[in-house]
Design a protein around this ligand. Structure first.
Ligand SMILES: Cc1cc2nc3c(=O)[nH]c(=O)nc-3n(C[C@H](O)[C@H](O)[C@H](O)COP(=O)(O)O)c2cc1C
Length: 192
């Protein structure tokens, strides 16, 4: 049974706000291929409409698929997906389907049909690539508008992450395949 529930688009920025490692998915129907890569660099950039930025190196095959199809998916992996996250960030999908290679089960997102992953993962989004600008050639940053989002209701509750369970926690990359998980939650009160 899936624990995933839709996330209101006005809360989508909170899925990325704390800087988790993400998996970026893509699909190109013309060549009947799909792909997945890891990314440490992403951030929300606008609340309404909900827009995010990702950084995809010009050498990544994902970038070609994203530019051709005009869309990309975001998956937020959980602790159980640590090996998948490092694996899909260590090889290119140009010559092999990384989903098949590592046994990563994808389902089709509801709006754009992008591959998204729920098993071992905590959230996903589908995004439409914002129209190309002059910056596209110069910088690796891509901007997308979030058109659908969902998250594991055990970890993302009422529009906020709750990391009560060590396993239902996001990954934060330190480099070289080393990650930390999100730490203890502190709630600020009034006063100095
Ligand atoms: C944890 C992790 C984080 C990464 N972060 C980024 C990133 O933010 N941007 C990027 O372009 N590549 C990043 N990479 C590297 C890509 O995932 C890697 O180049 C991948 O093989 C590209 O796959 P593709 O050619 O199939 O698109 C990261 C790799 C790992 C393991």
């Amino acid at each position: 049974m899936s624990h995933f529930r839709p996330v209101a688009l006005e809360h989508a920025s909170r899925l990325l706000n704390h800087g988790p490692t993400i998996l970026i998915t893509s699909r190109d129907d013309e060549i009947d291929r799909r792909n997945i890569m890891a990314a440490a660099w992403s951030m929300p950039v606008e609340f309404s409409p909900p827009r995010i930025a990702i950084v995809v190196d010009k050498s990544a095959w994902s970038r070609e698929l994203i530019l051709r199809s005009g869309m990309f998916g975001i998956v937020v992996p959980g602790v159980a997906a640590t090996n998948w996250s490092y694996a899909v960030g260590s090889v290119t999908g140009r010559d092999e389907d990384k989903f098949n290679c590592y046994g990563i089960p994808a389902i089709a997102g509801p709006v754009l049909g992008l591959p998204v992953v729920e098993e071992k993962c905590l959230a996903w989004m589908e995004c439409r690539l914002l129209p190309p600008t002059a910056a596209l050639e110069k910088y690796d940053t891509l901007f997308g508008e979030v058109v659908s989002a969902a998250a594991d209701e055990r970890a993302f509750i009422n529009g906020r992450w709750h990391f009560d369970d060590d396993q239902l926690n996001t990954l934060h990359h330190l480099g070289g395949g080393t990650f930390v998980t999100s730490g203890k939650i502190l709630t600020a009160g009034a006063g100095k």
